[in-house]
Design a protein around this ligand. Structure first.
Ligand code: UDP
Ligand code: MG
Length: 331
């Protein structure tokens, strides 16, 4: 990643947008809103908070509508059902209007207090500032899972995705526009963010545990996200199938040579059914694994080819800030 400090940019931000995907986050919403507002307002620039309600079935939708009603800086975007974290972030990116856009989780695991330092890096000329977790307060199986995932992804993917960086980041308008125009429907935002390039820099922070509520990513969903990330950014698993096939051919050849040798040299027949069973099982698993890998790619091709939208918006609530400003400006 290119992280040499580029030429400083002029100190002007017309507007900062913060995008917050929310799925049943009623418990942390008040505190989130307070801390986010404090952090954004302290910078003395215009800002907007885009809350994306990802088909929540608790009080989240009405809470964000209330906030949008009370606060001109808040936009409440409702998706028509639960589409998932990545689609919700994509919806926010499409609807954010700021020159600088911050993506932040709704469970306060991404501290809003980091935003001013991100903006400082942007002022230095960086176009993407992503947060890097120094420490994670999660259960150890989850930590191990993340650890393995990021390393595996980097080992096999064709682009370099920074280790331990999540979706918490700041992006320049240029980058957001490029992301919004990528034709892919299956969006693995942190991968695409690396793919587009630009001047990027990581900012370290300690990731706290969730404040309230339960993680929306179950182990199964995290595994699915990991597989999608791997498949979207690398063709190497396909090659793995080829290698496994070649290895199986090698083993089979060796074994046959050994059996023929024993038969002709000593007149021995090969021992027992156990070895046969092992070979059959081995071959069966290699074939199933290869089929599975191919199947994963076909699934993604299938999803892309259908061309269905990544998310669907039911409605968008916000106070008309521009017209309101114009009205109050009138003598
Ligand atoms: N989220 C979402 N849709 C989903 C699942 C999660 O919008 O289907 C939101 C969730 O409300 C939170 C963020 O995505 O703001 C990250 O979710 P979570 O905390 O469960 O993920 P983790 O921190 O475990 O990566
Ligand atoms: Mg979380």
């Amino acid at each position: 990643m290119n992280d040499t400090p580029p030429t400083p940019r002029r100190d002007l931000i017309a507007m900062i947008s913060a995008i917050v995907p929310l799925y049943n986050e009623e418990e942390s919403l008040d505190e989130l809103y307070g801390r986010l507002t404090a952090s954004l307002a302290a910078m003395g620039r215009a800002y907007e908070i885009v809350f994306v309600d990802d088909g929540s079935d608790d009080g989240t939708p009405s809470l964000i509508d209330e906030l949008a009603d009370r606060d001109r800086q808040v936009v409440a975007l409702h998706l028509s059902r639960n589409f998932g974290h990545q689609p919700a972030v994509s919806a926010g990116l499409d609807h954010a209007r700021g020159e600088v856009v911050v993506v932040i989780d709704g469970d306060l695991q991404d501290p809003p207090e980091l935003i001013p330092s991100m903006v400082d890096q942007w002022r230095r000329g960086f176009e993407v500032v992503y947060a890097v977790r120094r420490r994670r307060e999660e259960t150890w199986p989850k930590r191990l899972g993340y650890f393995a995932f990021y390393r595996l992804l980097n080992a096999v993917s064709d682009i370099e995705i920074p280790l331990d960086s999540g979706d918490f980041c700041l992006m320049d308008r240029k980058v957001v526009d490029v992301l919004n125009h990528l034709p892919e429907r299956m969006r693995f935002v942190r991968g695409l963010r690396s793919f587009v390039g630009f001047r990027q820099i990581g900012l370290e922070y300690d990731r706290p545990a969730r404040e309230a509520g339960s993680p929306k990513y179950t182990f199964r969903r995290l595994f699915a996200l990991a597989v999608d990330g791997l498949i979207s950014f690398s063709g190497r698993p396909l090659r793995l199938a080829t290698y496994l096939g070649l290895a199986a051919v090698g083993v089979a050849t060796g074994l046959s040579a050994w059996i023929f040798h024993d038969a002709f040299a000593y007149g021995k027949s090969p021992p027992g059914w156990a070895s046969t069973a092992v070979i059959v099982l081995f071959m069966g698993s290699v074939q199933l694994l290869s089929l599975g890998i191919i199947g994963e790619y076909i699934r993604l091709i299938f999803l892309e080819v259908k061309g269905r939208p990544t998310y669907i918006v039911r409605d968008r609530a916000s106070k008309p800030r521009d017209s309101a400003r114009r009205e109050s400006d009138r003598p």
